[in-house]
Design a protein around this ligand. Structure first.
Ligand SMILES: *Cc1c(COP(=O)(O)O)cnc(C)c1O
Length: 395
């Protein structure tokens, strides 16, 4: 009996020839992965990238991106998660247990602090926020319960650049694991697993990135990565990742793979433009401080200089207190090229106001702060845009 056409559409005899080679990696999508026989199904290996078990746990496409991100970070293993925030969550969940304490910089990515304040606290995991510019103060905070130290360089919004090697060394000496939110550095500005090139190898234990930012570069994908150099630590994270059921879709991975080759070029271009714009702002009397780690006088500039030659296209300005928040908002509303919105490292320049009261334990600035993310527009147009919008600031 000949086979029904409906079955033939699914179990078709045609097999395309093997050996197709193209510039872009293939996009594989699956929940179900099929096995040639029961023995192969029973022998499936979850641990390493030697085969496939289930779409959630890896496809040729996700394995390819994982390997490329591991190379970018200078690490050995990478796990992909659905967002940058999920990457932070994975590290916290895998490495912290009831009774443990985590130390988070006061200038960390805000939702990371919220995660500790709300979810972690509910599971009996305590946290303390520390001043990343005060290594001695941090040393005094580390106790027997401290199991994890978070780092971020530069810090969110206020852009302080900490002495990363000193902070890592301090944690190392006390047996505390170190995780870095490396979204800003993106694997370009410095190597998180080798912070003292030429010296004694000193690096973080885990580096996370929001691939949403530079690796995507398009403002259209959400994804995160967790990278390690230590196999045992990787497996702890990997098993937590599997149990949590965090996977990423093949189409999203495709977008990041497509953007990755231009990552370094975009980073350089946005770095150059943001330094030009930051220098322009530092001449303006409306602002009292420009916060950009590559700018002399910005907090942690010397630490940035010791470790990096490049900086992300991100900086903040603090307006003189004589301008009310509403006046600063009017300036932002008057911008034409800069759009108003969160995230960064995409093609479109962005501006967001912040009030540091409530965001920081001891805010260093009392004026309204505006964080700029520089896109890929011509920098002359961006300067002109800021200049014309300043008229809306008022007297
Ligand atoms: C954006 C960002 C995140 C979170 O990334 P999402 O993909 O938006 O969840 C984490 N850390 C830093 C420093 C970020 O800028």
């Amino acid at each position: 009996m000949s086979q029904d056409k409906r079955t033939g559409l699914i179990h078709h005899p045609y097999v395309p020839p093997a050996g197709f080679e193209a510039v872009a990696p293939g996009v594989h999508k699956a929940s179900t992965v099929v096995f040639p026989n029961v023995a192969a199904l029973q022998a499936r290996n979850w641990r390493s990238k030697t085969g496939y078990t289930y779409g959630l746990h890896g496809t040729p496409t996700t394995f390819t991106l994982e390997e490329r991100i591991a190379t970018l970070e200078g690490g050995l293993q990478t796990l992909l998660v659905p967002s940058g925030l999920a990457a932070i969550t994975l590290v916290d969940m895998a490495l912290l247990k009831q009774g443990d304490e985590v130390l988070i910089p006061d200038n960390a990515y805000g939702p990371s602090k919220e995660l500790a304040r709300n979810e972690l606290a509910g599971w009996g995991i305590t946290h303390r926020f520390y001043d990343p510019m005060d290594a001695r103060g941090l040393a005094a905070l580390i106790g027997p319960q401290t199991k994890l130290l978070w780092l971020e360089a530069a810090g969110s919004v206020t852009m302080e650049f900490p002495d990363l090697p000193a902070l890592v060394k301090l944690a190392r000496e006390r047996g505390v694991k170190v995780a870095l939110d490396n979204t800003w550095g993106a694997g370009i500005a410095f190597n998180p697993f080798d912070l003292t090139p030429g010296g004694d190898a000193l690096g973080v234990d885990v580096s996370v990135q929001a691939l949403t930012k530079y690796p995507s570069g398009g403002g259209d994908v959400l994804m995160g990565a967790v990278t390690t150099r230590d196999e045992a630590l990787h497996l702890i994270l990997k098993f937590c990742h599997m149990r949590m059921g965090w996977g990423v879709g093949g189409n999203d991975v495709e977008l990041v793979l497509r953007s990755l080759p231009s990552l370094a070029l975009r980073y350089e271009a946005q770095d150059a433009a943001s330094r030009t714009l930051a220098a322009w702002w530092s001449q303006r009397r409306e602002v009292v401080q420009v916060l950009h780690p590559a700018l002399p006088g910005s907090p942690g500039h010397e630490c940035w200089q010791r470790l990096c030659t490049r900086a992300a296209g991100l900086f903040s300005v603090v307006f003189n207190e004589r301008y009310s928040p509403e006046q600063v908002y009017a300036f932002i509303d008057a911008l034409r090229i800069f759009k108003i919105g969160y995230s960064w490292a995409g093609p479109v320049s962005l501006a967001v106001p912040y009030n540091l009261k409530g965001m920081r334990h001891e805010p260093a600035y009392s004026g309204t702060l505006v964080r700029f993310s520089v896109g890929l527009e011509a920098v002359g147009d961006l300067i002109h845009d800021c200049q014309q919008a300043l008229h809306a600031l008022g007297p």
